[in-house]
Design a binder for this molecule. Structure first.
Ligand code: HEC
Length: 226
């Protein structure tokens, strides 16, 4: 291979390697905010589910989450869950979280059907959800009067606008953190258990490591003596 064609080959490979980096950079114009949630904070999760039922379940379902499971995991008495959370056509603890509005009517009103939110924190990411909720801004050219930094021309009306106006910036970001925390929990309810169980598994592996090491020393001592 001639020197020139080798140069051309190297240059092409460099361009091929760099191009994907350029496209990722331009498709992510805004850095995500760090949510700083704590999935083990049950008080925060309880505040989050109340916000969710009051503001979000009007349009969004969470079809894979049962009220019963909420009651157990969030340590809320079944009677409290029944009176405070079960609504919009749901009537018992074993029901899943419904949306108040049906999907076709919502699609006619907003142009896009509001997606089910059970797994949104999994497929979009926890920081994405938090940044989305913190990312609404006033835009007089948008049909709803609001737009979003992460979803340009968003079809979702900014249902938290009056709450946001009535709260300080710090208070509002705390509220959105609780709401995000709840959505993170909902996308993987076993996570708190998995995390605490993981600590026991690591502890067990450490003990195993020490005993295997001692056993190895014992075997090698015999070998060395021979
Ligand atoms: C009045 C109806 C309505 C309400 C109430 C509502 N949303 Fe939405 N939401 C929508 C619509 C419509 C979309 C689709 C937006 C789009 O694709 O442009 C959406 C999209 C979203 C998305 C993006 C999902 C994705 O993957 O693209 C998230 C996250 C979300 N909503 C969270 C919430 C939360 C949290 C609340 C409660 C604070 C809420 N929504 C309340 C109508 C609503």
């Amino acid at each position: 291979m001639g020197r020139q064609s080798l140069h051309a080959l190297l240059l092409t490979s460099a361009v091929i390697c760099i191009l994907p980096l350029c496209s990722t950079a331009s498709s992510n114009p805004r850095e995500l905010l760090r949510s700083g949630i704590d999935i083990h904070n049950k008080a925060s999760l309880r505040r989050g589910v109340r916000l969710y039922m009051n503001y979000c379940a009007t349009c969004h379902s969470a079809k894979f989450m049962r009220f019963e499971r909420l009651s157990e995991d969030l340590e809320m008495a079944p009677e409290v869950v029944m009176t405070d959370l079960v609504r919009f056509g749901a009537s018992k603890l074993s029901d899943t979280i419904p949306a108040a509005i049906d999907s076709e009517t919502a699609e006619k009103s907003f142009g896009v059907a509001p997606p089910d939110l059970t797994l949104v924190a999994k497929y979009r990411g926890i920081d994405w959800v938090y940044s989305y909720l913190m990312g609404f801004y006033k835009d007089s050219s948008a049909p709803t009067g609001y737009n979003n930094h992460l979803l340009e021309n968003v079809a979702m009306p900014w249902v938290m606008a009056s709450l946001q106006e009535a709260s300080s910036e710090k208070e509002f970001s705390e509220l959105m953190r609780d709401l995000t925390n709840f959505m993170a929990y909902m996308s993987e309810p076993v996570r708190p258990f998995r995390e605490s169980f993981g600590k026991y598994v690591l502890g067990f592996l450490m003990i195993l490591l020490v005993s295997v090491r001692l056993l190895k020393n014992e075997y090698w001592r015999d070998m060395n003596e021979q």
